[in-house]
Unconditional design. Structure first.
Length: 111
């Protein structure tokens, strides 16, 4: 009887050790996968930040150019009395700003 109990305990011990080793290997694999995913996420976040910065710069440049066009058109229209040029420039200015906002929104939502 004692020998049977000892044999059962030994068998359970071996089973527990094997289960522990398997679970430990699974845990190590999952940790490695988690680390790889975290590195990938950090890389994606960095790329997203860089892209956002570039978009903000482009949008500001477009706004600055549009303002310059608007100012030049106002001066030209005032000098030559041609208000339709100013009106056309304003429409172009608004169109460019709208396009910048649309592109920025699309790019930010796609990342």
């Amino acid at each position: 009887m004692v020998e049977e109990d000892m044999e059962k305990l030994h068998s359970q011990d071996l089973s527990n050790r094997n289960s522990y080793k398997e679970d430990l290997l699974k845990l190590q694999t999952l940790r490695a996968q988690e680390e790889a995913l975290l590195k990938s996420l950090a890389s994606v976040r960095q790329q997203n930040s860089e892209s956002t910065s570039i978009l903000v710069t482009f949008e500001q440049q477009a706004k600055d150019q549009c303002k310059a066009i608007k100012l030049a058109s106002q001066q030209f229209a005032h000098s030559f009395g041609q208000k339709h040029i100013f009106t056309d420039a304003c429409a172009k200015y608004n169109s460019i700003l709208s396009e910048c906002k649309t592109v920025t929104f699309q790019l930010l939502n796609s990342s």
